[in-house]
Design a protein. Structure first.
Length: 119
């Protein structure tokens, strides 16, 4: 049942993104930023935590989950370090994901072959 809940919630989050792509003039970059910001805002309002508890990876893997992780990291760092935690908490909480993205992006660049797409 856990997999079904994760699949349904993650799928619904992706459906919202696809609807935004199909029916608005928003660029994919703006939609992605909107997902991260919405994750932060929904976490601040206390709405995203119950969704994470219900769906697990279905709510934490999409970009809104990245915003959730940023917000939780800042919350924890502010509690422990005071106001300085506003600057350090988000990066500390997401360091593993950011590092993985950089390493795998670099590896993909090494094995990929660039070419002129206009031909």
């Amino acid at each position: 049942m856990e997999y079904v809940k994760a699949f349904v919630v993650g799928g619904l989050i992706c459906v919202v993104g696809q609807v935004l792509i199909d029916f608005t003039k928003l660029t994919p970059a703006r939609i992605l930023v909107g997902y991260v910001v919405s994750g932060v805002l929904l976490t601040a309002l206390g709405v995203y935590e119950p969704l994470v508890n219900f769906a697990g990876a279905g709510a934490t893997v999409p970009l809104s989950g990245f915003g959730y992780t940023l917000a939780k990291g800042v919350e924890r760092a502010v509690r422990e370090d005071g106001l300085l935690g506003v600057l350090t908490g988000g990066l500390t909480a997401t360091a593993a994901g950011i590092s993985a993205a950089m390493v795998f992006g670099y590896l993909a660049a090494l094995i990929s072959r660039s070419s002129d797409k206009s031909k």
